[in-house]
Design a protein around this ligand. Structure first.
Ligand SMILES: [Zn+2]
Length: 459
């Protein structure tokens, strides 16, 4: 039995609601967005995803196979489960995942091929504020403005890096003009205290220029200089990194001199493992790295070491040497029998075992430190370029070393190793047996094999 009285009153209130809804409008940063809907899930404001994303300055994509709507802005990604039945969408209480963390939100709804998303959780995901303004009959979304708090340049052999720390999540766009060899990055809704110019070697000039409502970064690149840029979210906003490096080195290793950086693990006060008969890991890796460098040089490669003596450069210093090179190889020892080794490349860890290793090799920063967390986030968000190359290099090396001399490796493992973050997909970490590190046979075989693998582009 259903009381007739109830139905009538529901109908009346629905009719009233619908007529009021017809005029209710969504306004994002003062800009109207068409198509606000409060009837799909009564009492909840839903907006057409595409138009809403454009107004927010976010990029919207819909993965139809997995029914996932994604909004991304400056390295931050919000993913929303999408339903065809509004009741299912309303019942899904934590349908939003923000950087892989579940958030309170109803689901998205697919209606006639169009995706609708709940206004409020998406706005909150990008630090926006939402208010219902009854007098204007508006749902108003206001997104924060950012300030560029810190702009820095770092110069190291072969590359230069700019970092911009923004205090809020705001969109940026980049535009490269090939004819003029200029790169422009526009930070929307971003302020800066004053204009700034930078001096460097890989560019003719670079300026940070305040505009009306935005800030531009313009850079006139030197000939043969290439760039990559990526955003890394932080608790408040994000960091945008712009790396400049010599075009030829990154694009076409074959035919040019291959650049290699070898990182002998540990050193100084950090002796690493104590290995009976072989001394310390730090001493063993240094001696081996020197042999390996000579073997690479003999084959025409340009080689540098992250340390040449019993010192212990910081992880950041070591890792930074890997930016823009063809190969960054970090050498460690492990208690393995002769002829066996472990190999790792940079990736998000999927096995507990990998995290153990990450903890061990990241001892200086520990996994909970901001640097490693940031790396984990970058990896989760797939923001580090060339990652697939690392796996191919590791697999190629594993196959070739076995064929050449019967050396056996584990299945190459992806792990969030901070030491490899500078070189990204061009970095490998090897754990070798003490007996092999101490043997003069391995270095020339390893150098020759790695050069073959690099020329082939991996496996
Ligand atoms: Zn080690």
């Amino acid at each position: 039995m259903f009381p007739l009285q109830k139905i009538t009153s529901t109908l009346v209130s629905l009719l009233f609601f619908t007529s009021a809804v017809a005029q209710l409008q969504l306004v994002v940063n003062g800009q109207p967005v068409e198509g606000l809907n409060t009837t799909l899930v009564p009492g909840t404001s839903y907006a057409p995803a595409q138009g809403y994303a454009e107004a927010l300055g976010a990029t919207f994509t819909f993965d139809a196979a997995n029914k996932l709507a994604s909004f991304s802005m400056a390295g931050k990604i919000a993913r929303l489960a999408v339903f065809t039945n509004p009741d299912d969408a309303a019942a899904a209480e934590i349908a939003l995942r923000l950087d892989h963390q579940a958030q309170s939100s109803s689901g998205g709804i697919e209606v006639g091929g169009q995706i609708f998303v709940p206004v409020k959780p998406i706005a909150l995901a990008f630090s926006g504020q939402v208010a219902f303004l009854p007098e204007q009959n508006q749902v108003a979304v206001v997104l924060p403005r950012a300030t560029i708090e810190d702009a820095e340049t770092h110069q190291t052999q072969g590359f230069e890096r700019f970092t911009f720390d923004l205090t809020a999540q705001v969109p940026y766009t980049s535009f490269y003009n090939a004819a003029l060899n200029t790169l422009q990055v526009r930070f929307e809704r971003t302020d800066i205290a004053r204009a700034r110019s930078f001096q460097g070697r890989r560019y003719l000039r670079a300026d940070l220029i305040p505009g009306s409502g935005h800030t531009d970064f313009r850079i006139q690149l030197s000939p043969e200089t290439d760039y990559r840029l990526y955003a890394t979210p932080n608790p408040r906003g994000y960091r945008l990194t712009v790396d400049l490096f010599v075009k030829a080195v990154v694009e076409a290793p074959s035919g040019n001199q291959i650049t290699v950086v070898i990182d002998p693990g540990h050193g100084g006060e950090d002796s690493g493992l104590i290995l009976p008969e072989f001394g310390t890991e730090g001493g063993l890796t240094l001696a081996f790295a020197q042999d390996l460098a000579a073997a690479f040089q003999a084959r025409g490669a340009d080689v540098t070491l992250t340390r040449r003596d019993d010192s212990n450069p910081s992880l950041e210093n070591r890792s930074g040497r890997g930016v823009g090179v063809d190969l960054f190889l970090s050498i460690h020892a492990a208690e393995l029998p002769r002829g066996q080794y472990n190999i790792y490349y940079l990736d998000e860890a999927e096995l507990v075992h990998d995290l153990d290793l990450a903890l061990r090799e990241n001892a200086e920063t520990a996994l909970e430190s901001p640097a490693t967390n940031q790396l984990r986030r970058q990896l989760l968000l797939r923001l580090i370029p060339d990652l697939t190359l690392g796996r191919r290099y590791a697999q190629g090396l594993s196959a070739e070393l076995f064929q050449a001399r019967g050396y056996r490796s584990n299945d190459p493992i992806g792990a969030p190793l901070y030491i490899l973050s500078g070189s990204a997909g061009r970095g490998l970490l090897m754990e070798l047996s003490p007996a092999d590190l101490d043997d003069s046979e391995l270095a020339p075989v390893l150098a020759a094999t790695l050069l073959t693998v690099l020329e082939r582009g991996g496996f």
